[in-house]
Ligand binder design. Structure first.
Ligand SMILES: [Zn+2]
Length: 117
């Protein structure tokens, strides 16, 4: 097959078998996640680690949460080989054993809420 014939063959079949955009193929939660990524939200489920700030009582570390409570793991010291777990509840700042304060920050979910109160 000559190069010219191959090029015209490829041009015709590339029109017939074009790749679809993934955003057109997905539905439901995956589509919401992809849309959030395209909008610039790289953490739509709020699961990335958060760097601790000052963590005082007046300026606590804000933990985003869709639900009225969330389990938080605090890496109290960079030299520790474990994390401290604690439950945070709405409107109740909590102090970790290392002295840092944490507070829930309500955010909207990309999915319908599962817990209705
Ligand atoms: Zn801690």
């Amino acid at each position: 097959m000559s190069w010219l014939r191959y090029a015209s063959f490829r041009r015709v079949f590339s029109r017939l078998y074009a790749m679809f955009d993934p955003i057109d193929l997905v539905t439901g939660l995956e589509k919401r996640e992809l849309t959030a990524h395209l909008a610039g939200n790289c953490d739509p489920f709020y699961i990335r680690p958060i760097k601790k700030g000052p963590g005082t009582f007046r300026r606590p570390n804000l933990i985003p949460s869709v639900n009225p409570c969330r389990l938080v793991a605090c890496s109290c010291s960079p030299f520790d080989h474990h994390v401290e777990f604690m439950w945070l509840f709405n409107d109740r700042p909590k102090r970790c054993g290392c002295g840092h304060w944490f507070e829930l920050c309500p955010v909207t979910a990309i999915t319908p809420p599962h817990h209705v109160k």
